[in-house]
Design a binder for this molecule. Structure first.
Ligand code: PEP
Ligand code: MN
Length: 281
């Protein structure tokens, strides 16, 4: 398999693209990742209250969001920061999503959480900090739930694809990749959103890839332009942090959109999608 100017001896049979039309689709509720359709995932960084998630689920329906996000367990840099509501959050998220008839995506941080919650979470998210957690990758590989695999913040393309191969090698072929920004010497944003990985993934892999411009920039003023660029570059969807009163969010406040910003972004996606031979309904 060839990555950039480097040839690797190791082949990755599950993730490699062998023919140009060899695309792989992953269904989550009404969303079909990797098809012509652009998929929007939106919701708060973390589940904070029933009222917060109920309002956001209504916004999700209004904006054509197909999958509702919300952190139940939060992998925070500091052990003293808000860690998520855990079990209570699952109930809140599940109830709001059922009412809106939407599937949910949420992060699982270890194998025991998969054992406990895989029957409740429609799509299991592997966070950036866990992309190299091989026992967790193998565990979700044994699940029948689709997996959203986020790129490690210092992971190469090859490492990301190997992480996906770990999952698929256990039997679960429902993997969607997510670019969420990497660490560079850039001193003006939380991470450097690596737009270039999107067309590269499309060249070398058959897996769908979505963009997370929220963690990719850390700044709500940059989220919309970067989301637009990602769709134009061939991303299969975007994951956006949004909530009412984002300034009071318990985590990732500065990158969380105001609801009207999500509405504006969706209008932009509606215009960009047909220009790059995609659909957004
Ligand atoms: C998230 O999407 O909730 C998250 C914590 O993102 P990341 O793992 O990319 O930091
Ligand atoms: Mn977040």
């Amino acid at each position: 398999m060839r990555f950039g100017d480097k040839e690797t001896a190791m082949s990755l049979p599950h993730v490699e693209r062998k023919e140009s039309d060899d695309t792989h689709t992953v269904r989550v509720g009404d969303a079909l990742f990797g098809s012509k359709e652009i998929v929007i995932i939106s919701g708060p960084c973390a589940v904070e209250s029933a009222e917060q998630v109920k309002q956001i689920a209504e916004l999700a329906l209004r904006t054509g969001t197909k999958v509702l996000r919300g952190g139940i367990f939060k992998p925070r840099t500091s052990p003293y920061s808000f860690q998520g509501l855990g079990r209570k959050a699952i109930e809140i998220l599940r109830n709001a999503a059922d009412e809106a008839n939407l599937p949910i995506v949420s992060e699982v941080m270890d194998s025991s959480q998969v054992d406990e919650y895989e029957s409740i979470i429609d799509m299991l998210q592997i966070g950036s900090r866990n992309m190299h957690n091989f026992s967790l990758l193998k565990r979700v590989g044994k699940s029948n739930r689709p997996v959203l695999l986020k790129r490690g913040m210092s992971a190469t393309l090859e490492e990301l694809l190997n992480a996906a191969e770990y999952i698929m090698n256990e039997g679960n072929d429902q993997v969607v990749l997510c670019e969420r920004g990497i660490r560079t010497f850039n001193d003006f944003s939380r991470n450097t959103f690596d737009l270039t990985i999107i067309p590269k993934i499309k060249q070398v892999s058959k897996l769908p890839i979505i963009a997370d411009p929220s963690h990719g920039t850390g700044d709500r003023e940059m989220v919309i332009p970067v989301a637009r660029a990602a769709i134009a570059a061939g991303a299969d969807g975007v994951m956006i942090e949004v909530q009412y009163n984002p300034d009071k969010a318990l985590s990732d406040s500065t990158q969380t959109l105001y609801p009207e910003q999500l509405v504006a972004l969706v209008e932009d996606i509606r215009k960009i999608a047909p220009a790059v031979n995609r659909e957004f309904k």
